[in-house]
Design a protein around this ligand. Structure first.
Ligand code: IMP
Ligand code: MG
Length: 179
């Protein structure tokens, strides 16, 4: 499975991911002490980060998911976002935290945050493990972020390349010629 990825392709080791998740969890714990935030993960990429983050939050939280199409199975953004799967929990009046694996162009997260506001969420904040600011097309405000990454296509810890590698515990970059 990892034939295309070797140790030299490692970009972020598991220990560094863990400490980024710890810091984000501490900030969320501080900010939502007397609240019951609704964490909304964007499928599929956020599932690993969301599950680690949720287990570090000593708060009452609720969890739901949306699925958005904005990226094909390759590595090129289609430039638009469309809702494929909605939450089952009513978001109106709720303190929503949108949880994403990576903010790249910003198209997906700005779409989801706007969607939550339009659906009547009380507050909406954005939390992402990774930020790739070099490729931003839409200005999106990130409230909680872990690690800034360079303009490389990366996989692991939920992120895929044509649906593979999501289960890798660390984050690797893919060589352009091996994509
Ligand atoms: P956006 O370009 O900010 O809308 O990001 C859309 C989606 O593209 C993210 O949720 C990720 O799932 C995916 N994505 C962006 N950059 C990468 C990458 O380097 N590797 C894998 N997936 C990525
Ligand atoms: Mg994603």
């Amino acid at each position: 499975m990892t034939d295309k990825l070797t140790a030299k392709n490692i970009l972020i080791e598991k220990a560094k991911i863990d400490s980024a998740v710890d810091s984000i969890a501490s900030c969320i714990e501080r900010d939502y002490k007397d609240k019951i935030p609704l964490l909304i993960g964007i499928l599929k990429g956020s599932f690993v980060f969301l599950s680690d983050l949720a287990r570090r939050l000593p708060l009452d939280i609720e969890i739901d998911f949306v699925k958005v199409a904005s990226y094909g199975s390759g590595t090129c953004s289609s430039g638009q976002a469309k809702l494929l799967h909605d939450t089952s929990i009513d978001v109106s009046g709720r303190d929503v935290i949108v949880v994403e694996d990576i903010v790249d162009t910003g198209i997906t997260t700005s779409f989801v945050c706007d969607y939550m506001k339009n659906r009547g969420a009380g507050t909406v904040r954005l939390c992402t493990l990774l930020n790739k600011p070099s490729r931003r097309q839409v200005d999106v405000k990130i409230d909680y972020e872990g690690i800034t990454v360079p303009d490389k296509f990366i996989v692991g810890y939920g992120l895929d390349c044509a649906e593979k590698y999501r289960n890798l515990p660390a984050i690797y970059f893919i060589d352009e010629e091996k994509k």
